[in-house]
Design a protein around this ligand. Structure first.
Ligand code: AMP
Ligand code: GLY
Length: 322
């Protein structure tokens, strides 16, 4: 079978590497790919921010399966478009990707479905933020709504810092585009874990957990990044805790999204803070982690195509993941 992978990071390199081990796969194309991926797959140029250009590549390549790596093509609705054309594609629809693309949607969704997360308020103006900050007297986190490649979250020691961050979001100074809404939430403390669940719209199964090295410098110093590297071991989370996260987070997400008419299929990446009061969700991503996927693919003994097929065909519950 011919597989097209969309994306060009460490995540896509890892997916391409795993596809290369599958006896079912005869040809791998990656758009746009990168210099490393070019050693394992044929790379084709694409403007990943343009839905029409992505469609041009898919229509030209005619893959048997398309795997979407990053969030931007998902947010543009690439999965909806390929499904409309009757093509097999791994990943969530645009509506289901709202769990990642709108922090306000994700927080309200968690509240509606009783999923553990930090106390929060959604604000639409600076005045609203000023008022809401009375309920967050200490440290507080300010989050721009929408995709921001990790730059939209500001950890603030006090309400004055939070007001400065809110000003940056509403004026457009922080992200270059003017924000329409933001989320204020309580600051949580504890180790952070990336938890991955494979979903098919109706059900979900646990994959492994990973942790990424967030800061740019040696010795865990300097600004936060999307992840400079990652590791994954069974010791990150006990079997019992993994079952708890499935029962209290992953399965309620799949059930809730289905009830709300936007079934979630693909990988649900649950960003967890392991607080003294138990795990709480920091954020959802609706795709594999980059670079966490490098560690997950190294540990995966199953044929990765079986994972993609099970998600697309609604069979994750029957999957024996090794
Ligand atoms: P997010 O994009 O929401 O995951 O936020 C990016 C990073 O900010 C997370 O990986 C955490 O390190 C940090 N963060 C987000 N929300 C909180 C919070 N409520 N308390 C403490 N740290 C947070
Ligand atoms: N490594 C964090 C992310 O993929 O969002």
């Amino acid at each position: 079978m011919k597989v097209l992978v969309i994306g060009g990071g460490g995540r896509e390199d890892a997916i391409v590497w795993a596809l290369g081990k599958s006896p079912q796969v005869s040809e791998i194309v990656c758009a746009p790919g990168n210099g490393g991926i070019a050693q394992r797959a044929r790379c084709v140029a694409v403007d990943s921010n343009s839905l029409s250009d992505l469609l041009r590549v898919v229509e030209g390549e005619k893959p048997d399966l398309t795997v979407v790596g990053p969030e931007v093509p998902l947010s543009l609705g690439i999965v909806d478009e390929l499904k409309k054309r009757g093509l097999r594609v791994f990943g969530p629809t645009k509506g289901a990707a709202m769990l990642e693309t709108s922090k306000a949607f994700a927080k309200d969704f968690m509240q509606r479905h009783g999923i553990p997360t930090a106390r929060y308020t959604v604000c639409h103006s600076l005045d609203e933020a000023r008022g809401a900050l009375r309920n967050f007297p200490g440290a507080v986190v300010v989050k721009a709504d929408g995709l921001a490649a990790g730059k939209g979250v500001v950890l603030c020691a006090n309400p004055a810092e939070a007001m400065a961050a809110a000003e940056g979001i509403f004026s457009g100074e922080l992200l270059g585009a003017v924000g329409a809404q933001l989320v204020l939430e309580e600051l949580l403390e504890g180790p952070e874990i990336s938890f991955f669940a494979l979903c098919d719209g109706t059900s979900a199964i646990a994959m492994q957990c990973a942790q990424d090295h967030k800061r740019i410098g040696e010795g865990d110093t300097g600004p936060n990044t999307g992840g400079m590297g990652a590791y994954s071991t069974d010791e990150l989370m006990s079997e019992g805790m993994r079952a708890w996260v499935m029962q209290h987070v992953a399965l309620p997400v799949v059930r809730g999204m289905r009830e709300e008419g936007v079934p979630f299929a693909g990988v649900l990446f649950i960003g967890l803070m392991m607080t003294a009061d138990g795990p709480k969700v920091l954020e959802f991503n609706t795709r594999f982690g980059d670079p966490e996927t490098q560690t997950l693919m190294m540990r995966l003994e199953s044929d990765v195509v079986e994972l993609f097929d099970a998600s697309i065909d609604g069979r994750v519950r029957d999957l024996k993941l090794r």
